[in-house]
Design a binder for this molecule. Sequence first.
Ligand code: GLV
Ligand code: MN
Ligand code: MN
Length: 407
Amino acid sequence: MTHLLGQTAQNYLKQLAECSETETGVTRFPFTPEHRRANALLTAWMEEAGLHVHMDDAGTLIGRYEAGENTRTLLMGSHQDSVKQGGAYDGIMGIVLPILALQALNRQGKILPYSVEVLAFGDEEGVRFPTALVGPRALAGTLDESVIDRKDKHGQSLRAALSDFGLEPEKIGQLKRNSEDIIGFVETHIEQGPVLEHEGLPLGVVSAICGIERHQLTFTGQAAHAGTVPIHLRKDALTAAAAVTLEAEKLAIKLPDLLATVGQLDVTPNVPNAVPGSVSMTLELRSPVDEVREKAGDMLQAYAKETAQLRGLACEINRTYGQSATVCDGNLQLAIASAIGGLEVPVFTLPSGATHDASAMADLTPVAMLFVRCKKGISHNPAEFASDEDMGLAIEALMRLLSDLQP
Ligand code: GLV
Ligand code: MN
Ligand code: MN
């Protein structure tokens, strides 16, 4: 059975991977035609599994297994969106596997003493809009609603994108759930790193999820002729951006608990024979220790301001996004461990350096995560891969978890 379930998962993920803006890898941003197509597939599979489907006003597609009035609810799921030219598993696998687990239990005639919802969140990656986790934050009641007016690079606001998707963003404030009705949130995710493969294990239990923050920096100098303006008379925005990039790397080498990444640079005018007049860049910091990350953010902001001043540039800096580190719930970790153990697979616990919807859900309810082995640890890359066998085992672990969990 494991193999068949895993094959079905692989087949579903292949179809979902075709809902992509690019031919290379998967590019599926929130509230786009690709998102709509993926939702149509997920809706059909959720309905086949016996779930009642609707979309909430934050763009989360929700499939509900209804156990009856006054039952508490276990939440499962992950995000549908991808990075630009990402893989076919990050996020969306954590929607497909619980659907298949519920479908298999349904076919066995299993009746659960609690309701279950599979959530397909719209935006976890935060690539299209300078914010993320709008779906889970809306459920937890922690959403700063001002982010809805932030714009993507084409000038469309998240509010307009939600409306065009048929949603009513002004009703997002009504989505907050009552934590007493919720048992917990269990997210299944590809590991995105090499640890499980190195250990020779298909599955892992996540102990904690790192914290993250993003800054948007814009340096403005003066575009000038590359052949006529001497170096000491230039106001080169790119050399300032480069200095900050190297300083971030230096800090991350010095502090073992810190990762720092400049992943996006927009250079103007971006031609070979002009001094760059302005650069807009992102700076992303991650750490399992919030104080380390926050201190590093302050230090790098100060360094960027100082660099701009020394070079005679203007500099605008905004911290656009933050999510603190999260410890997974002990009881749910034990429940996942016992489900894995029941398959006679050794139980292995590891922390997550990637961030997840579960972190935002932790403000609502206890959270836990099941990791699935990732080929060569490659993720945020078209080569990302999880095998049929490993996904089949993950579905069986979820079936055991669902069957054994006490409401
Ligand atoms: C989000 O998925 C991240 O860790 O980049
Ligand atoms: Mn990701
Ligand atoms: Mn993810």
